[in-house]
Design a protein around this ligand. Structure first.
Ligand code: B16
Ligand code: MG
Length: 219
């Protein structure tokens, strides 16, 4: 396989498990609206934007004809609850092996970017104390088209000044893997091989990434 020059990381589910906080906040919103929202329903929210996540929730609750003002109000309310969890986060919540792997790549001259759908990405990186490990940050504040659209990955590569074909993406969501492939990048899937079957390599987490395998893809 061709060597790579840049590594582009998703945030939620790859560097930190914020999905559990998203779920708690969405679950609370559903309860307030009078219906049950399960972890299975929550799977469909992973990797997609806040407003698309709200659409998933409203579909489950059969509430499809709300005004856009009401939808904004509900998404904002959920986000306020979600941020209460984020403010309590500490660097201990970085997923096992993620920080060491970022440092490992940096030491070898690999450029590093974040490509996340989250508008809260800057707060999360700050709470984890890892902002400085990224050469570029592209998040929900700077893209208009959500994954599986390739926009977030292409912007990340552009900001790094590296061609898409020289990038490796680390993703946990099917929509993210699809977006990265559409961007012309190679993908390491983090999670279930059956779900992430479009990825070149799938591992359970960073401790399972054999540096030698990846190193053979680096210049
Ligand atoms: P926010 P990622 C995504 O993060 C989450 O996986 C997804 O569940 C969430 O709806 C989205 O961020 C937007 O998050 O409400 O904070 O803007 O996986 O792309 O890092
Ligand atoms: Mg993710």
């Amino acid at each position: 396989m061709k060597p790579f020059k840049a590594a582009i990381f998703d945030l939620d589910g790859v560097i930190v498990d914020t999905a559990k906080f998203h779920f708690l906040a969405w679950h609370r919103l559903a309860a307030e609206l009078g219906f049950e929202f399960t972890e299975k329903d929550n799977e469909r929210q992973k990797g997609v934007s806040r407003m698309e996540s709200l659409e998933v929730l409203l579909e489950v609750g059969g509430l499809l004809d709300l005004s856009s003002e009401k939808k904004e109000e509900l998404a904002t309310k959920k986000n306020e609850w979600y941020k209460e969890y984020l403010y309590k986060m500490t660097p201990a919540e970085i997923l096992p092996g993620a920080k060491d792997f970022l440092k490992y790549l940096r030491l070898r001259g690999i450029r590093i970017a974040l490509a996340s759908a989250s508008k809260n990405a800057p707060i999360i990186l700050e709470k984890l104390n890892i902002t400085d490990l990224f050469d570029a940050i592209v998040d929900g504040n700077s893209v208009s088209k959500a994954k599986p659209n390739p926009e977030v990955f292409l912007k990340a590569a552009e900001q790094l000044g590296i061609a898409p074909s020289d990038c490796f993406v680390f993703e946990d969501a099917q929509a993210g893997v699809e977006g990265a492939k559409r961007a012309g990048m190679r993908v390491v899937g983090i999670g279930e091989p059956t779900v992430l079957n479009q990825a070149e390599i799938v591992v359970r987490g960073f401790p399972d990434i054999e540096p030698v395998i990846l190193l053979s893809h680096i210049n």
